[in-house]
Design a binder for this molecule. Sequence first.
Ligand SMILES: [Zn+2]
Length: 89
Amino acid sequence: MVIHEYAGIVTELEDHKCPHCGTLMSPWLPPPETGWDVILICESNNCSFYLGSEEDIAHKREGSHLGCRFALNPQNGYKPVNVLAVCPH
Ligand SMILES: [Zn+2]
C-alpha cells in the first residue's frame, strides 16, 4: 500500500506495478483541470510505454517533446489513463 498526503488529505492506494516496465507506480496529484484525484503513475523514463508514446506523438507534432506516461486512476477502479508529460530529453 502507498500513502499520498496533500493538504491534510491522506489517500491510501493499492500497490501497482507498471505492466510495461515493472516499476512500482507512485502516487501523483494531477493538475486541477484534469478533474482527477490522486492517481498512480509510472515515473520511469525507461518505460516502454513512455518511450513508445514519445515516438507516436513526435510524428504528429514535431519538436513538442511530449510523451504519455502510463497511469492508473484509483477513482475509476484502477483503470489505465494516459498522462501527457514533457520528456526530459
Ligand atoms: Zn512503466
